[in-house]
Write a protein that binds this ligand. Sequence first.
Ligand code: SF4
Length: 629
Amino acid sequence: MVGGICGSILQIDLSEDRFSVERLNENWVYRFIGGAGYAARLLLDYMDRYGVPDPLSPDNPIIVMTGPLTGVSAFGSKTIVVSRSPLTYGLGKSTFAGSFGLSLKKAGFDGILVVGASDKPVHVIVDDGYIDIKDASDLWGMDSLEASSTLAKSLGNGYRSIVIGPAGERLSRIACIVSSERRVAGRTGLGAVMGSKKLKAISVRGSKPIDVYDPELLRKLNSDWLSKAPRTSRGEAMMEYGTAGGVSMFIQTGNLPIKHWAMGSWNDAWKISGVTIMEKYRSGSGRKICGSGILCSISCERVVEFDDPRFGRYMGKGPEYESVAALGSMVLNSDPVALIKLNELCDRLGIDTISTGEVVAWAMEAYEKGFINRDDTGGLELRWGDVSTLFRLIEMVGLKKGFGAILSDGVKKASEAIGRGTDSFALHVKGLEVPYHNPRLYKSMGLAYATSNRGACHLQGMAMLVERGVLLPEYGISKPPSSNEEYVDTVIVQQDICCFLDSAILCKFGVFGIVDFDHIAKVWAAVTGIGCDRMDILFAGERIWYLERILNYLFGIGNSCDSLPRRFVEEPVRDGPAKGLVCDNIDEMLRLFYERRSLRSIESLKGKLSMLGLEDVASIADRIGLKLY
Ligand code: SF4
């Protein structure tokens, strides 16, 4: 058996109140690794046997998956959740940091697949070999942080849990899954899939060792890396301020989204930068390791504290970059303390901050422009930057109350429900709200958003990093791209690498600009025993990217869904450092992308699948019914 994996998947059927333990398919591990890749192959197999599931039906499996590198590498690792998304109706996947995956592997499982639905709330407990499906009526209704701390008290030492909040229980399509370490699988609404199964929580604990192929070599590689990593400039910046440290640079470059991407500069942005937040509210060292790597030296989580007359005492997680943008600059909120508490509110309710920021900013723009009024909002005035409005509206979203119920299904459905032309500024791709890196400034991000298999996403092809000078010379990218051909090449390499990283599973924050892929290939071989060089990483990622693409085709998410919101294509940035820029080359980039990816016709796609050794995937797709558009 391959090193770094346990060899077993726990399968639970909540309709039948039973479970079984299945062997991991070794051939799939060789081709699709683990994590996102293995889960996608499981999903395809499931669809081959039972048909294409509705996202919120009992038939939709939800898969919590680790990878061979989860918990064993020194550059941090993650756990992934995969299902059909109730937000996009396409591939849903979202990673989270922390030690849940490590505990799951120590309990003897590489992943958990849950199907069916219970008729009452349940809590799944995995304690080494012991499995229990318990009544969770007492947890139902609790917010996610309350549920986590209740579980920590009742279960005792050593358990790690994932839970949903009220939003997941109410099937909000932007609901997330929150871990007991307050790390979040935020994107694509997978909290609602758990909610549809009445699955409030999963807790795991284990004591088994994780066998790796060559532990001595792995120890040496890990310590070599640890002696180098903090000295890279990106590593140092991340160590000091976490991802929110990027805000200062993004103000100066024009990357920061301001007032729903309608403004290009905003003097108050400095008040909510990661640097300001840490200088004013740092608690102790201000740094915290997420627990997912054995030694991750980046420790990107910021710890802050304050005692504020409005909010009382707080000590805990500071916001990451995406949340600063979502709950700060997108809605013109320059109050850092309110921002930290809004971030906590989203986590408590169990809603994705990126999607929340977009849907709230969209509603504010619709209100400002007169598309909606107080009759629509239930009397609420939606004023930019008004903190009390933000708290009220976001709570209404998470609890699906009044006007919040419309927003809680995401911006695409909200704009369809309201109509009146509001879809023209609903910023999403395939239904997933756009994250906070500017595709008018970084044109390759326009293509990455448009073609990402899970909808607009900065983590499925981090091309903005390459445009900022975080190059990949080991893959022939030795300068930032500047032509359409180079943008396309950059996005394709980034997409394939990200598919590998989501399958292995490594933390991207601890990789790009910090460790090179020759080193990762050596770590991969030391853990798994599978000989590997940097090109094998790229080929594995490519196989997984096509597998995910096929899943989307089968879900009805075809090439015509690869588009970028009009704002980024037709409305140049009004002012600031990115003034005048627009992603006006998206059509040409898409044309080249389809050519390079062989996505123009079913015949060319099948030729590509065959070159990649994915004939089994092609024949299942044929059986289910493959359409590209
Ligand atoms: S960079 Fe952050 S999320 Fe990634 S492994 Fe390290 S502490 Fe965890």
